[in-house]
Design a protein around this ligand. Structure first.
Ligand code: TYD
Length: 236
């Protein structure tokens, strides 16, 4: 099966828990909307009602001990639904889609840290998403201990894993980025929020699709005409 070619821009924020992804994603949304882009902010696992229902299961600490392969498949199932129902339609409209996490989280957490294997996890997710890859992935690089200490809400089923697990996740993101530098931007998460935001914008500038002037005139600068996301749902 083939899908419509993407004409928008697909940007993903990745990083260990507590890296500050959600803050950076929101800042980027604000600046792009103020320039007249249609921006869809979303997150994984989740992003659509069915995918959010899967999120509720896969992150619930009551299901401690959930089988590793079942876990990987639930993340992939959530992603497949998210891509088909929200991300591809938005890209086809020419929107900028910003997702808090995507397939690299599955490769880092399930493939590497759980030990299922990066290749098989990548393959499952390519199948689930019909091959959709981000145009740019921003990795916010945080030491595992620092990231975990920054978490404010009750830990989910992955966050309760020991610090070594999270250190493996952080190293996996670094390795993924190092292997394909043209598709990644790695930034130290301890830099000032504004410094990180400026670096992200500078890298994205040449990649952005044309802004839509009617987005500005119809809604007022800085306000979206379309917003299908569950904004502010993530904390890190
Ligand atoms: P996230 O929403 O970033 O956590 P929070 O907003 O609560 O900080 O991600 C939820 C958790 O799910 C996080 O610990 C990473 C994990 N995760 C995976 O293990 N695999 C995946 O494919 C995804 C998307 C997330």
């Amino acid at each position: 099966m083939t899908s419509a070619p993407a004409v928008g821009l697909f940007v993903v924020f990745e990083g260990g828990d507590g890296a500050g992804k959600s803050t950076q994603a929101r800042l980027l949304v604000d600046v792009l909307r103020s320039r007249g882009h249609e921006v869809v902010l979303t997150r994984e696992p989740g992003g659509t009602p069915a995918a959010e229902a899967i999120r509720d299961v896969v992150l619930d600490p009551r299901y401690a001990g959930l089988d590793d392969r079942a876990e990987a498949l639930l993340f992939a199932a959530s992603r497949g639904e998210h891509v088909a129902s929200l991300i591809r339609p938005a890209l086809a409209r020419g929107a900028v889609v910003i997702s808090d996490r995507y397939t690299d989280s599955s490769i880092a957490y399930q493939g590497i840290a759980r030990g299922l294997g990066a290749e098989v996890v990548a393959e499952i997710n390519l199948w689930a998403t019909r091959g959709l890859l981000p145009d740019l992935t921003v990795v916010l690089d945080v030491d595992a201990g620092t990231g975990l200490a920054r978490l404010e809400s009750a830990p989910d089923r992955l966050e309760v894993e020991p610090e070594e697990f999270h250190a493996t996740v952080v190293a996996a993101f670094r390795d993924l980025a190092a292997a394909e530098p043209e598709r990644y931007l790695v930034l130290p998460a301890h830099d000032a929020v504004e410094t990180i935001a400026a670096a992200v914008l500078a890298r994205l500038d040449p990649l952005l699709p044309p802004a839509e002037p009617d987005q500005l005139s119809a809604t007022g600068a800085g306000k979206p005409a379309v917003d299908q996301s569950r904004e502010g749902a993530g904390s890190a």
